[in-house]
Design a binder for this molecule. Structure first.
Ligand SMILES: Nc1ncnc2c1ncn2[C@@H]1O[C@H](COP(=O)(O)OP(=O)(O)OP(=O)(O)O)[C@@H](O)[C@H]1O
Ligand SMILES: [Mg+2]
Length: 1007
C-alpha cells in the first residue's frame, strides 16, 4: 500500500488514517473526490472500506482481479472489496471464529451490489466440489429471486432493497462454502398497495405480467399488460428503461428450479402474486345505507379460485368486521373506505407472509445438514438511513435500525482499537466522539421511548388518532434535545430524522386490527398450500391483540444485535456519488452529508486516536531496510530491534513513534511520507541491484514453487495411500476386491515378515506361533506344520546313536507309563543309565554262572519273602536271556537264578528307578504288555495288588501313607507299604493338585 503513496498527489491516499489533517471533513472529501475522478472507488479507514457508487461498470471485478487479491496481505494491494472479503475469510480460517461484514449506506449507495461481489468472490475463490457447487449455485441464485420479491424501483434506486437482509455463509473446516442461511427484516409491505410518485411495486408483479408465458397468464386470469392492474399503475411507472422485466422473469424462473421449487410450489406462488393483483382490482360499491357491497365481482372470483377459498366467505371477510361480544360474535358491515382498507391489508398480509415463506424455502435449499463444525461469515445488507419530507412508518424503523447499527459500530471499533493498544502495550488516549445511544434510547427505552408510547396508544381505550399520539409524544419527550416534530421544530436540531415519522405510525396499528379477521379466519381455509402454511391455525387469533409492528421490529433488531455482537466485525460503508445516478458525477454536498451521518469522521477520529500508522515489525523492516546500512541487505537479529536501529538512523523523534510488542506505531502521516519518499529515492539508487535481487527472488520463488509442488504431489499421494489403506482395512474381511487387495497383500507380507523373526526355536515349543490374520489362517497352519517338520528333521539329524537308543527306550517307557502313572511327566525326563551296578560289584560266582549270557543291566533291589515278607537286599541282573535276583549275603554258598518270568510264584521286589528297570526288563523280555500299572487312592482307600505266593496261594500288597516310609507284614497277613506324607505332598505339588484331592499310589505288577 505504501508503494502507492508516490502517486498520492494524483490519486489521493488509499487509507484515510494517513490523512495529515484527519479531523478536516474537507480534506476527507477532497481525497475521496480525487480518487473517484480516477475511478478509484474504494478507500480504507484502517480495515473499514469506503466505497463510492460509480454508476458505471468498472473492469475491477474479473476473475483475474479475484486471483490477484486471493491470500494477499490487506495493505499490499490497492483497496478493494475483494481484499476485505479475502481478509475476513483468511482471518476466519486462521482463528476459527465467526465474522460478519456490515454493509451500510443510503438507498442506492451500492450495498446490495457490494454484497453480491463478496458472495461471488467466495463462490470463485473457495475450494470446490460438485456437491459444493450446487450449494454455491443456490446461494448465488437466491439473490435474483429475493430481489424479484423484495426489491422495487424507488426514486433513489431502480433496484432498491425493500427489506433488510442478513445472510450467513457457512464454511467447513477446510474453508469450503458449504451452506447458507438468510434472515430477512421488515419488508416494506405498504408498497404492495401504494407507491410514491415515480416508484414501482415489487419487481415480481411486473416480471410476471410482462414476461409470463401465455398459458400461465391464462391460468392465472391475467392480461399481459400492467396497465390493467391498479396496484401497478398508481404512479404510471410500470415501464422503466433500466429494467428489463421479461429477461428478469426468465432468470427468476430458472433460479426457482435451482433452489428446489417443484411445479406445485411455483404454481401456488404465482397464484398468490396473481391473486394480489386481482385483489387490487376488486371494487366495492355502497348500498343504500352506505355499506360496502361486492356484487358480481369477477376479480374476486379469480382471487377465490387462485387462493382456493369460497367466494362467499371471502366476500364476507372483506365487507364485514367480526365483533366479539361476550359469547356471541356479531358481524358489522364495513363502509366502502373500511372495505378498501381491509382489502389492502389482506393484500399486504398475503404478500408479506409469502415473502417470509420464500425466505424459509430458500433457507431449506441452502441448509447444510452435516453436524460437523462450521464457521460463518455473515453479510448484512441493511436498508439505508434516509430523511424524506414525509417519512413512512417503515422509514422510521429503517432509520432506527441504522442508529442501532451505528451504535454497535462505534462500540466495536472503540473496543478493537483499545484492545490493539492494550495488546501492544501502548497507552490508550481517550477519544471524543458523538455517542448516539441517546437517540437509540429515545426510540426504544422501556415505558419512555417512542415505541412504548406507540404501544400504549394502541392499547388504551377510546379513540386513538395520529394527533393524540403526537400529543402523547410531546408530553413524554417534548423536552428531549433530540426530539423534534413538525409541531416543535423550532430548534433546528441535528437529528431531525425522527421529526416526521410519527404521523404515520398509528395507521399501521389500526390496519392490523381490522384485517385480523380476514387474515386468520378466512385465509386458513385456503386450498393454496403456501397461503395455508403462512396463515397456519396455530397462530393466535383475534382475541389477543397482536404485538405492534414496531415492537416486533424492535425485538428482531435486538436479535440481530446479539448475532453481530458474537462475531468479529468488518465494515463496508457505501456512499452515493450523486442523486441522478450519473457516472463520473461527484456531488460534494450529498457525499458530505453521507460521510457525516455514516459516522466516517468519528471512525477516523477513533482510528487516529493516537497513531496514524501501525505496521508489523517484519513488514516495516522488509520495506524500509534499504534506508539503513545496518539493516541492508539483511538484518539477522530480531525484527523489532532492526526497526529500532532503522528509525534511529532515519532520525525519528521519540514523540513520533512508539514500539509496541509486535508493531511500530507512527504518530503522524508526515513521518511515514518522509520515510516513503526517502525509500523512493533509495530505490532508484539501488536500481540495478534491486533488479538483480528481484531476479534472484524470481528464481527463488520459482524454485520454492517447484519444491512446494513436489511436496503437494507427495502429500496427495500420501492421502491416496492412506485412504486406500483405511478402505482396505474396513473391507478386510470381504472377498478380494480392488479396494482391499493392496491392503491384504500388505497384511500378508507384514505377517510373514514378523513370523520369520518369531519362529519357534525348538520342537518342544508348541505355543509361541504368531496368531495369523484371518486371511492367512490356512496358510499359517500349513507353514506351522512345515516348520515343525523342518525342526524335527533337523533334530533327528543332530542326535547321536546313544541318544537315539535312549529315545527308543523312552518311547517304550512312554507306551508303558504315559497317562497311567502320576509321576510320569517328571520322571520320564530322567536319563536312563546303562547299569546301576558295575561288574566289579557283582559276585564273581554269579558272573561265572551267567558268563555265557551278556549282562544287559543290573540294579540293587529289595526282595520281600513271599511268606514272611522279610526284606532282603538283592541285585537284579538282566541278561540277554533272563533276569536274576542275586542274594549278596549268601552269594558264597549259592546263586539263585530265578526265572521270574517263567516260574510259578511271584517275586515282590522294591526298587528305585522304576521306569528304567521296567523299561529294560520289558525290552529284554520283549513283553511290554506284561507290565500292569495299578493305581489306587491315597486318601480314600488303600490300594492293593495281589500276587501269587505259589500256585493256588495268593498274597496281597497294600499301599498306604504314613509318617515315614515302611514296609512290613500287617496283622492281616498282607504286605503293607507305607509312603511318607511328605512324599505324597511332594508329588502332589509337582502334580499341581490340591491336597485334599484324590492322590494315587501306583502299584506295579509285572506278569
Ligand atoms: N460497484 C458498483 N459498480 C457499478 N455500479 C454500481 C456499483 N454499486 C452500485 N452500482 C449501481 O448502483 C445501483 C444501486 O446499487 P444497490 O442496489 O446496490 O444500492 P443499495 O445500496 O442496495 O440501495 P437500497 O438501499 O435501495 O437497496 C446498482 O443497481 C448499480 O447500477
Ligand atoms: Mg439494496
Amino acid at each position: 500500500m505504501e508503494g502507492a503513496l508516490t502517486a498520492r498527489d494524483r490519486v489521493g491516499i488509499q487509507d484515510f488514517v494517513l490523512l495529515d489533517t484527519h479531523t478536516s471533513e474537507t480534506a476527507f472529501l477532497g481525497n475521496l473526490k480525487k480518487r473517484f475522478s480516477e475511478d478509484l472507488i474504494y478507500t480504507y479507514i484502517g480495515t473499514l472500506l469506503v466505497s463510492v457508487n460509480p454508476y458505471k461498470e468498472l473492469d475491477i471485478y474479473s476473475k483475474k482481479q479475484m486471483d490477484i487479491y486471493m491470500g494477499v496481505n490487506f495493505f499490499e494491494l490497492p483497496p478493494h472489496i475483494y481484499a476485505l472479503a479475502d481478509n475476513a475469510y483468511h482471518t476466519m480460517m486462521a482463528e476459527a471464529n465467526n465474522h460478519f461484514i456490515l454493509i451500510s449506506g443510503e438507498s442506492g449507495a451500492g450495498k446490495t451490489e457490494a454484497s453480491k461481489k463478496i458472495l461471488q468472490y467466495y463462490a470463485v475463490s473457495c475450494p470446490s466440489t460438485t456437491l459444493l457447487d450446487s450449494v454455491r449455485d443456490r446461494m448465488l441464485v437466491s439473490n435474483p429471486v429475493l430481489e424479484a420479491f423484495g426489491n422495487a424501483k424507488t426514486l433513489k434506486n431502480d433496484n432498491s432493497s425493500r427489506f433488510g437482509k442478513y445472510m450467513d455463509i457457512q464454511f467447513d473446516i477446510q474453508g469450503d462454502a458449504v451452506g447458507g442461511h438468510i434472515l430477512s427484516y421488515l419488508l416494506e409491505k405498504s408498497r404492495v398497495v401504494h407507491q410514491n410518485h415515480g416508484e414501482r411495486n415489487f419487481h415480481i408483479f411486473y416480471q410476471l405480467v410482462e414476461g409470463g408465458e401465455e398459458d400461465l397468464l391464462h391460468q392465472l386470469g391475467l392480461e399481459s399488460n400492467c396497465q390493467h392492474y391498479s396496484y401497478l399503475v398508481q404512479n404510471e411507472c410500470a415501464n422503466v428503461t433500466s429494467i428489463n422485466d421479461k429477461n428478469d422473469w426468465k432468470t427468476v424462473r430458472n433460479a426457482l428450479s435451482v433452489i428446489d421449487f417443484d411445479e406445485s410450489d411455483i404454481q401456488h406462488l404465482f397464484g398468490i402474486i396473481a391473486s394480489v393483483l386481482h385483489l387490487g382490482n376488486v371494487q366495492f360499491e355502497a348500498d343504500s345505507k352506505g355499506y360496502a357491497t361486492l356484487n358480481k365481482n369477477t376479480e374476486l372470483r379469480w382471487v377465490s379460485t387462485l387462493l382456493g377459498i369460497n367466494v362467499q366467505v371471502l366476500q364476507e371477510g372483506l365487507t364485514y368486521r367480526k365483533i366479539e361480544a361476550k359469547t356471541d360474535e356479531v358481524l358489522s358491515p364495513f363502509t366502502v373506505d373500511h372495505a378498501i382498507y381491509a382489502r389492502n391489508a389482506l393484500a399486504k398480509a398475503i404478500y408479506g407472509r409469502t415473502f417470509t415463506w420464500l425466505v424459509n424455502k430458500i433457507n431449506d435449499s441452502m441448509e447444510n445438514k452435516e453436524p460437523s463444525r462450521k464457521t460463518v461469515i455473515g453479510l448484512l445488507d441493511i436498508y439505508g438511513f434516509e430523511v424524506f419530507y414525509v417519512n413512512s412508518f417503515e422509514q422510521f424503523c429503517i432509520n432506527y435500525c441504522n442508529e442501532k447499527l451505528q451504535q454497535l459500530f462505534i462500540q466495536l471499533t472503540l473496543k478493537s482499537e483499545q484492545e490493539e493498544y492494550e495488546a501492544e502495550g501502548i497507552g490508550w488516549e481517550p477519544v471524543q466522539f458523538f455517542n448516539n445511544k441517546i437517540i437509540c434510547d429515545l426510540v426504544e427505552e422501556k415505558h419512555l421511548g417512542i415505541i412504548s408510547v406507540l404501544d400504549e396508544e394502541c392499547l388504551r381505550p377510546g379513540e386513538a388518532t395520529d394527533f393524540t399520539f403526537l400529543e402523547k409524544l410531546e408530553e413524554k419527550m417534548g423536552s428531549h434535545p433530540h426530539f423534534i416534530t413538525s409541531v416543535n421544530n423550532t430548534r433546528g436540531g441535528e437529528c431531525s430524522e425522527f421529526a416526521q415519522l410519527v404521523l404515520s405510525i398509528h395507521c399501521v396499528c389500526v390496519c392490523v386490527c381490522v384485517c385480523v379477521y380476514v387474515c386468520t379466519q378466512v385465509m386458513r381455509q385456503s386450498k393454496n398450500a403456501i397461503v395455508r402454511e403462512c396463515f397456519a391455525s396455530t397462530e393466535s387469533d383475534s382475541r389477543r391483540r397482536p404485538e405492534t409492528v414496531a415492537s416486533q421490529f424492535k425485538s428482531s433488531l435486538l436479535g440481530l444485535t446479539d448475532i453481530l455482537m458474537s462475531k468479529e466485525p468488518w465494515y463496508v460503508r457505501c456512499l452515493k456519488s450523486n442523486e441522478s445516478k450519473q457516472p463520473g458525477r461527484f456531488d460534494d454536498v450529498l457525499v458530505r452529508h453521507q460521510v457525516k451521518y455514516l459516522g466516517l469522521m468519528e471512525h477516523l477520529r477513533v482510528r487516529r486516536a493516537g497513531f496514524a500508522y501501525r505496521r508489523r515489525y517484519e513488514l516495516f523492516l522488509q520495506r524500509y531496510k534499504p534506508l539503513c546500512p545496518a539493516t541492508w541487505p539483511h538484518w539477522r537479529g530480531v525484527a523489532a530491534e532492526g526497526v529500532e536501529v532503522l528509525v534511529q538512523h532515519l532520525g525519528y523523534l521519540p514523540d513520533e513513534y512508539k514500539m509496541g510488542r509486535t508493531k511500530i506505531f507512527i504518530r503522524h502521516p508526515r513521518t511515514l511520507f518522509a520515510t516513503e519518499d526517502a525509500f523512493e529515492v533509495c530505490k532508484h539508487k539501488l536500481g540495478k541491484g534491486m533488479k538483480a535481487r528481484r531476479n534472484q527472488e524470481i528464481i527463488e520463488t520459482c524454485w520454492r514453487g517447484v519444491q512446494a509442488r513436489k511436496e503437494k504431489e507427495r502429500r496427495q499421494w500420501a492421502v491416496k495411500v492412506i485412504k486406500k489403506f483405511i478402505k482396505g482395512y474396513m473391507t478386510r474381511g470381504e472377498a478380494k476386491t480392488t479396494d482391499n487387495s493392496e491392503y491384504l497383500a500388505f497384511v500378508r507380507q507384514n505377517y510373514l515378515n514378523r513370523l520369520k523373526d518369531n519362529l519357534p526355536k525348538t520342537v518342544l515349543d508348541k505355543i509361541s506361533w504368531l496368531t495369523p490374520p484371518p486371511v492367512l489362517t490356512e496358510a499359517s497352519a500349513i507353514l506351522r506344520q512345515l516348520h515343525m517338520r523342518v525342526m524335527v528333521t533337523r533334530y533327528v539329524r543332530g542326535i547321536t546313536a546313544q541318544q537315539k537308543a535312549q529315545l527308543q527306550l523312552k518311547g517304550i517307557t512312554s507306551v508303558i507309563f504315559k497317562d497311567k502313572k502320576d509321576s510320569y511327566p517328571q520322571s520320564v525326563s530322567q536319563p536312563f543309565v546303562d547299569t546301576r551296578i558295575s561288574e566289579q560289584d557283582i559276585n564273581m560266582k554269579v558272573l561265572q554262572i551267567i558268563r555265557h549270557e551278556r549282562i544287559k543291566y543290573s540294579v540293587p533291589v529289595v526282595k520281600y519273602d513271599r511268606n514272611g515278607f522279610k526284606p532282603r537286599p538283592r541285585q537284579l541282573i538282566l541278561t540277554q536271556t533272563a533276569a536274576y535276583v542275586v542274594d549278596e549275603a549268601k552269594i558264597k554258598q549259592k546263586v539263585h537264578a530265578l526265572h521270574a518270568l517263567e516260574h510259578g510264584g511271584d517275586l515282590v521286589i522294591q526298587c528305585d528307578h522304576l521306569f528304567e528297570v521296567l523299561t529294560k526288563l520289558s525290552v529284554v523280555a520283549n513283553k511290554q504288555s506284561a507290565i500292569n500299572v495299578v493305581q489306587g487312592s491315597w486318601l480314600m482307600f488303600i490300594s492293593s495288588i495281589s500276587f501269587q505266593i505259589q500256585a493256588g496261594k495268593e498274597g496281597i500288597v497294600d499301599f498306604s501313607s504314613g509318617q515315614e516310609s515302611m514296609v512290613y507284614k500287617d496283622k492281616n497277613g498282607h504286605l503293607m507299604v507305607v509312603i511318607p506324607y511328605c512324599d505324597c505332598f511332594q508329588r502332589k505339588k509337582s502334580n499341581k493338585q490340591f491336597l485334599k484331592q484324590e492322590f494315587r499310589l501306583d502299584c506295579l505288577r509285572v506278569v
